[in-house]
Design a protein. Structure first.
Length: 171
């Protein structure tokens, strides 16, 4: 049985956070985008830059391998400072961002700095983190994240969501 814990408006549509447990910890979410098929802007043949900012090399490799089969030019960084610097250099279309990383900038701070930068504010930010409490999800939303995945995650759902966000938003 699914119980809706909370509904929130993210940049790209309504998100219903749902759980199967009585403790109301968020297990997953169901996204209902406001974009209809007619509003999607398919960019066939165009390689989009994706920046993966994750401190765990094995997880970066899994995400890279998941996205390699799509039309993506993949870049990687191992902490928030390097991720922000690389984002400013390459201006990625998608930023996949962990929250808890070594260094001075965590994922929420990087997200806010990217969304506050006039040259980067159109970057799609997907948070991918072990922090799955409602306050963490709210922090991601307030920082400007376009999607929020909780580890462990489904690589198939990640690629589907990234493809959907890329094809249905202007840059």
């Amino acid at each position: 049985m699914w119980v809706v814990v909370r509904k929130a408006w993210f940049t790209h549509g309504w998100i219903a956070f749902v759980t199967t447990s009585a403790s109301f910890s968020v297990n997953t979410y169901i996204g209902i985008d406001r974009f209809g098929l007619a509003n999607c802007n398919a960019r066939l043949g165009m390689k989009h830059k994706v920046l993966i900012v994750e401190d765990q090399p094995d997880l970066r490799k899994l995400i890279r391998m998941t996205l390699e089969f799509g039309e993506y030019d993949i870049h990687e960084a191992s902490d928030g400072e390097r991720g922000l610097l690389l984002a400013r250099l390459i201006r990625p279309r998608v930023l996949i961002l962990d929250v808890m990383m070594p260094g001075q900038l965590d994922g929420f701070q990087v997200c806010r700095k990217v969304k506050d930068d006039p040259l980067l504010r159109g970057v799609i930010i997907v948070m991918l983190t072990a922090r799955g409490q409602l306050e963490d999800i709210n922090s991601g939303e307030h920082a400007g994240a376009d999607a929020y995945f909780i580890k462990p995650f489904s690589p198939i759902l990640l690629i589907d969501r990234v493809n959907e966000l890329v094809s249905c938003t202007e840059y």
